[in-house]
Design a binder for this molecule. Structure first.
Ligand SMILES: NC(=O)c1ccc[n+]([C@@H]2O[C@H](COP(=O)([O-])OP(=O)(O)OC[C@H]3O[C@@H](n4cnc5c(N)ncnc54)[C@H](OP(=O)(O)O)[C@@H]3O)[C@@H](O)[C@H]2O)c1
Length: 320
């Protein structure tokens, strides 16, 4: 496994990490959840990503069960939670001081932990002033409840405003942004967020690096019944466009030429970008974790001419 510092912090995070959206506590049984997490830990993955919203707490409870069973030393792994909403009542959502503090405590209870390494604002909350967020996150750091904080899918201007408040008030600003990034979704990491990488050293914990499995090649010849897109909602299936499937087919052929899996090509491509601190994968089976974790050692396989061929597959010249 390869380890990278998370933004400008000193925290060493594995280049591949493991998330829990739609899987643990929801569609994956407890024994398989444990097998996936153990496969990850054995492969050197040290970061497990949770959120209060995943299965309304069920994902974090499932991960907590595994932490209790396996007994890994707490100083060997990193855990996150993300806050945005956990119930229908007005105070059960948003990024107010009340909900941030209560959500952090609830995540700790669900996972049986004393502190979270990372706490994210899962989505912007237009009703909470940014000052309130910066100050509350710093209070949580002071109280030893969290070590670092960040955002997910915040605009570059909002993240910049968070840094400005932190600088003005001599507080700790966001360390990382969690955003969608893959061969099929590059706009934010390669565009909007660039000035923040340069100026503040913003870290990124990118998600859906395999486009929820589309970039494994498993949809090249149809819809496998036991797959995320077969079981998923309409908004997900809409991404199975003929154009995306054609790109996946051509990328699979390139991966075959290199003697690696399509999933590994997709993840190694993400990790070629130095602004990616870690790529958070999802998994429903331990074999997927092992296959994907191995990609961290494959960035050298993507030589400049291979990167160019990938670009041509992603943006074929008009009429091609
Ligand atoms: N901050 C946010 O808003 C946000 C949003 C989304 C996700 N996330 C985080 O990022 C994590 C990863 O997101 P994601 O699940 O979309 O990631 P992903 O890695 O793009 O897709 C994961 C899914 O692809 C399939 N898969 C993975 N590896 C495979 C392999 N080697 N061969 C075949 N199929 C494979 C599995 O689904 P099947 O086996 O069911 O097909 C797996 O659940 C989440 O768990 C969550 O922690 C955050």
């Amino acid at each position: 496994m390869q380890y990278r510092t998370l933004g400008r912090s000193g925290l060493k995070v594995s280049a591949i990490s493991l998330g829990s959206w739609r899987t643990f506590g929801v569609s994956v049984d407890p024994a398989t959840t444990r097998a996936c997490m153990e496969a990850a830990y054995e492969a050197g993955i040290n970061f497990f990503d949770g959120a209060e919203g995943y299965g309304n707490g069920a994902a974090e409870r499932a991960m907590g069960e595994v932490f209790r069973q396996v007994g890994w030393p707490r100083d060997t792994f990193i855990v996150s939670s993300k806050v945005i909403r956990v119930g229908d009542r007005p105070t059960q959502g948003g990024l107010s001081r009340k909900h941030l503090v209560e959500a952090c405590d609830a995540a700790l209870r669900r996972m049986g932990l004393d502190y979270l390494d990372l706490l994210f604002c899962h989505r912007p909350d237009p009703d909470t002033p940014l000052e309130e967020i910066v100050h509350t996150m710093n209070e949580l750091i002071q109280r030893g409840k969290i070590f670092y904080w960040g955002t997910s899918e915040f605009s570059a201007s909002d993240i910049q405003a968070l840094y400005a408040i932190a600088e003005r008030d001599r507080l700790v600003g966001p360390t990382m942004e969690q955003t969608n990034h893959s061969l099929l979704h590059r706009r934010r990491v390669e565009g909007e967020l660039l000035p923040l990488f340069k100026r503040y050293g913003l870290g990124t914990t990118i998600y859906s690096p395999l486009a929820v499995g589309l970039l494994t090649g498993k949809y090249n010849d149809g819809l496998p019944p036991d797959s995320a897109y077969a079981k998923g909602a309409d908004w997900l299936r809409k991404r199975l466009t003929p154009e995306n499937i054609e790109k996946a087919r051509q990328l699979t052929a390139l991966a075959d030429e290199l003697g690696i899996r399509m999933s590994q090509l997709a993840l190694a491509w993400c990790l070629k970008n130095p602004n990616v601190s870690t790529a958070i994968i999802g998994a429903t089976r331990p074999e997927q974790v092992r296959e994907n974790a191995a990609a961290a050692e494959m960035t050298d396989r993507l030589a400049p001419e291979i990167m160019e061929r990938i670009e041509r597959i992603l943006s074929p010249p008009p009429g091609a």
